[in-house]
Design a protein around this ligand. Structure first.
Ligand code: FAD
Length: 452
């Protein structure tokens, strides 16, 4: 049975990073691709209502940089020409992992500091210029249309912001890229399909973000700093230079187990940064010129939906990016995963139209296992975060504790850790015998009897 009846028209719900990446690859195989977006899409780098996270710091992982370059050749140079900053990820950013400063050293791992708003606008301009692609904004997708037996999705119902009447757009394939606002579980339930098993890891995360004018003295000329939260220290911060002499600063707090409310006033924000030992962050909050008001965003839980485990799923329908799996954002994986899923979809469509959704969900599930495992494994270090813990996980935690300690002295360990965090290598790389030897040399053997 073919899950895509023909390749005349594909519709993508949502024109954010997930929808735009999907549309880019669909345009290779479909005569027409229509993105339907409920927001009024700005013609300049600016925040918008449907993507509230675009006001907050977004880091693009190195693997993501590669993937977007593959999808949009030359985009890296285009972003740099527009003001994005390319810099060494290890020497130009100070990484404080569990209170240990990763030894700063040139790593050859070059990252791109760019605002989420400029990145999305640049990607959107590229997609909008593709032959056969139309982006309709100020238009809500309100439901799905189906074949009489409900076995195939045949299009979407839409309502334009200005008008009131609903209309129908027909399609051979509909892709849900509506992010965390996805209505797929509801819509498919109404059509008589079972709900996909969901994994949810509740972390009650909060972000407070403010943008400042960047001065050469900030961070001693470096482009960024990162202080993660960890057991015993539920507070953290990220700061990153952006185009146009700006620097974006985010305070973060994990709220499970009685975490505190994040401050949104200047003096209290600086005190908060001091409490987790980040005087350079506090100093910027106290002295830099603010360009925006502080904004607060809450992120209650990471959510993963296992559509690959369903026996029945309608033909002509797919779910991608955050609508499929939304990760705790402190690990900066969402945009990278969105691009990797698009590349996966591209490969599967080249291989044929048969059961494309089943093949996509299965392959995406395998691909998601690694970033999801990394996020969940880290968050489960907090005793109050609910979830299954294994002996293997506590042995790994113990090893990584010593690894971070050793990486404060041995720059090679830092580079390898950043390669894994940037999705360039599998986490298993950190267990390689040569790295274990380095850890042993710098941080000594496992101390707790409980560790495996
Ligand atoms: C606070 C925060 C910080 C983050 N930091 C990072 C980071 O550092 N690095 C990183 O890679 N990722 C980060 N992410 C994740 C990243 O923002 C997302 O993974 C990325 O935007 C891809 O999401 P998406 O396109 O699937 O959904 P979204 O970005 O949520 O977009 C969904 C789109 O669908 C539209 N839409 C929704 N419903 C409808 C409808 N019914 N009809 C029409 N349109 C609709 C919305 O308006 C929106 O444009 C962060 C997320 C948060 C919350």
């Amino acid at each position: 049975m073919s899950s895509v009846s023909s390749r005349r028209h594909a519709i993508v719900i949502g024109a954010s990073m997930g929808g735009l990446s999907a549309a880019r690859v669909l345009s290779d195989g479909f005569e027409r691709v229509t993105l339907v977006e409920r927001d009024d899409l700005p013609g300049e780098p600016a925040p918008r209502r449907g993507v509230p996270q675009s006001r907050h710091l977004h880091g693009l992982l190195a693997r993501g940089g590669e993937a977007y370059e593959e999808l949009f050749p030359g985009i890296r140079d285009e972003l740099i020409a527009a003001g994005a900053i390319a810099a060494d990820t290890q020497s130009d950013i100070h990484w404080h992992f569990d209170g240990h400063l990763l030894r700063p050293d040139p790593s050859g791992l070059v990252g791109l500091a760019v605002s989420r708003q400029l990145l999305e606008l640049t990607v959107r301009s590229r997609v909008g210029a593709l032959p056969g692609v139309t982006i309709i904004d100020r238009c809500d997708v309100t439901g799905l249309t189906t074949s009489p037996d409900n076995r195939r999705i045949t299009g979407v119902r839409i309502r334009q912001r200005e008008g009131t009447a609903e209309s129908v757009l027909d399609a051979d394939l509909v892709v849900d890229a509506a992010g965390r606002a996805t209505r797929t579980p509801l819509w498919l339930g109404e059509l008589g399909y079972p709900r996909a098993p969901e994994e949810e890891v509740r972390i009650q995360l909060s972000y407070v973000t403010q943008v400042y004018r960047r001065e050469p003295r900030h961070l001693d000329g470096r482009i960024g700093a990162s202080y993660n939260y960890y057991p015993g220290q539920p507070r953290g911060s990220f700061i990153l230079a952006q185009e146009d002499n700006r620097i974006i600063l985010t305070l973060v707090g994990i709220g499970v187990g009685g975490g505190e409310e994040l401050p949104t006033r200047n003096a209290a924000m600086a005190e908060y940064a001091e409490r987790f030992g980040a005087p350079e962050i506090a100093e910027i909050i106290r002295t830099a010129t603010p360009l925006t008001e502080p904004v607060l965003m809450r992120y209650p839980a990471s959510i993963r939906r296992h559509y690959e485990q369903l026996d029945r799923f309608p033909e002509g329908y797919l779910v991608v990016a955050d609508a499929l799996c939304s990760f705790n954002p402190i690990y900066g994986q969402g945009m990278t995963v969105a691009a990797l899923e698009a590349l996966l979809l591209s490969r599967l469509l080249r291989e044929g139209s048969g059961e494309v959704n089943r093949r996509f969900f299965l392959a995406a599930a395998t691909m998601l296992d690694t970033p999801w495992g990394l996020v969940v494994g880290n968050d489960l270090r907090f005793p109050d975060v609910a979830g299954e813990r294994t002996e293997e996980m506590s042995a790994m935690d113990e090893y990584l504790e010593r690894y971070r300690e050793a990486a404060a002295k041995d720059a090679v360990l830092g580079t390898e850790l950043l390669r894994v965090a940037n999705m360039l290598d599998e986490p298993a790389r950190l267990m390689a015998p040569d790295l274990q030897e380095r850890v042993l040399r710098e941080a000594g053997p496992v101390r707790r009897a409980s560790a495996a």
